[in-house]
Design a protein around this ligand. Structure first.
Ligand code: MN
Ligand code: MN
Length: 455
């Protein structure tokens, strides 16, 4: 069903399913504030559903459910189809990193009686959105002996929150004349963490107090920040949004909303001809680079390993498996915001509550950096949607020459597989409080499930 309102068409039973699914997603999003936490939570969910670590499985046959984990930040979930993996897979791929503030390697300093942490923002943010909001600190600190210390401050009601101060309006005459990109400078995104001096009131003692506290509570020293991966993210849980509670407000919908719906589809898809894959990747917001990003060889290596466990050890089988595959690149798209409707071209834009969005292409300027899906594959996917009464719509990322964006679609396209961008429309994308429609979330889950089951 193309571009029709889901709520208007939904039975009472379906509305119930939409709201129930949203509850589970809200819990997932509230917990999954970092890619590591998303991976942890996802493994709990899939193990409960009977998926086993690929390392512990010697041979693979139809119906087997396995998963593989890459360095704690990249996860692949597979159900073996009736056909060989070599005949191709039905793949869903989403990214689980979101824009945030990373803590620098040498972060802690004292100034004007305060202890502060230096940050370096990760991904595309409007810097002014990150001041005067409660922030939570998450991540891991590695000691030289290889042990890891997990940090999680600011989510529990009994925890303190952190934050970045902003100049009071009374004295902001000069600041407010600056362009919005410079109102808050990146180098000024420093997080306040303390104000009590250790013993006497002497310069440096507030920093010492914080170091003392870190030592007592977490057992790490200042130098251990060098090997830490700490991030500051908006604190608090995702919530129902709107008087009708039809939407969800939360940090990190891009792209955990597609990660969750893809994961649930990979668990729930039944009687699949082709091997189904859900792969969750890191680093999309900074170019999909590194060992845990979509450009990593890891994905190909795992497929190669799975084929070997199917008894096919030659590399040609991997090449065939990739070439014969179809993928929905599960990533969010920009919904039309009535307050800023002028950045979109109405006919080629997506709207809340009209279903999963297919972006044939993303990119900027002359479609630069896009995947641009093959029309025969778009037709194939349209047929799946219409045959199963799934609400869907199509979109571009804004008006021509207005800006643009990218996804991981082109990276898997490099394997010569069919790839189409498909995800949930989002408002206020990349802000500390992104918004999605519950109806679209559930519809994306249905769309992904039917795609995985397609013959
Ligand atoms: Mn993004
Ligand atoms: Mn995204």
């Amino acid at each position: 069903m193309y571009a029709k309102n889901i709520w208007v068409d939904a039975s009472e039973e379906k509305k119930g399913k939409i709201f129930n699914f949203a509850k589970d997603y809200i819990d997932f999003l509230s917990y999954g504030k970092t890619e590591r936490l998303v991976v942890d939570e996802s493994i709990k969910i899939i193990e409960k559903a009977g998926f086993k670590n690929l390392n512990k499985v010697k041979k693979l046959k139809a119906g087997d459910k396995v998963y593989a984990l890459n360095k704690g930040k990249n996860l692949l979930v597979a159900t073996i189809g009736k056909k060989s993996i070599e005949d191709g897979m039905r793949i869903l791929g989403a990214h689980i990193d979101s824009p945030r503030l990373d803590i620098k390697q040498n972060p802690l300093y004292e100034q004007g009686g305060f202890a502060l942490l230096e940050t370096h923002y990760y991904g595309g943010i409007k810097k002014y959105q990150y001041v005067t909001i409660p922030l939570a600190l998450h991540g891991v600190v590695y000691k030289k002996d290889g042990s890891a210390i997990n940090v999680n401050v600011g989510e529990d009601d009994s925890d303190p929150v952190l934050g970045i101060s902003d100049l009071l309006i009374h004295l902001a005459q000069d600041q407010l004349k600056k362009p919005a990109a410079n109102v808050i400078e990146g180098e000024d995104l420093n997080i306040t963490v303390g104000n009590i001096p250790l013993k006497e009131d002497k310069a440096g003692n507030v920093k010492k107090y914080i170091l003392d506290l870190l030592k007592k509570k977490y057992k790490f020293d200042e130098e251990d920040f060098l090997s830490s991966e700490l991030v500051a993210v908006p604190a608090g849980k995702a919530r129902d949004y709107g008087l009708d509670a039809s939407m969800i407000a939360g940090y990190g919908h891009d792209d955990r909303v597609c990660a969750y719906t893809s994961l649930r589809a990979a668990i729930d898809a039944k009687e699949c001809e082709y091997t189904t894959i859900c792969v969750l990747v890191d680093k999309e917001e900074v170019g999909s680079i590194g060992a845990t990003g979509a450009q990593s060889r890891w994905f190909e290596n795992i497929i190669c390993e799975m084929l070997a466990k199917e008894g096919k050890e030659n590399h040609l089988a991997t090449i065939h498996a990739m070439t014969n595959s179809m993928m929905l690149s599960s990533d969010v798209s920009c919904a039309v915001d009535p307050l800023y409707a002028n950045v979109n071209e109405a006919k080629n834009s997506c709207y809340f509550s009209k279903g999963i969005v297919f972006n044939k292409y993303t990119g900027a300027r002359g479609k630069s950096g896009c995947n641009d899906a093959m029309p025969e594959f778009v037709a194939y996917v349209r047929n799946i949607m219409d045959s199963n009464n799934i609400h869907y719509q199509t979109s571009e990322i804004g008006k021509v020459d207005q800006g643009g964006g990218g996804t991981i679609a082109y990276i898997l396209g490099n394997y010569n597989m069919y790839v189409l961008d498909a995800g949930v429309p989002v408002l206020s994308m990349h802000s500390p409080m992104e918004i999605v429609s519950k109806a679209d979330v559930y519809e994306a889950y249905l769309a992904y499930t039917h795609f995985l089951q397609s013959k």
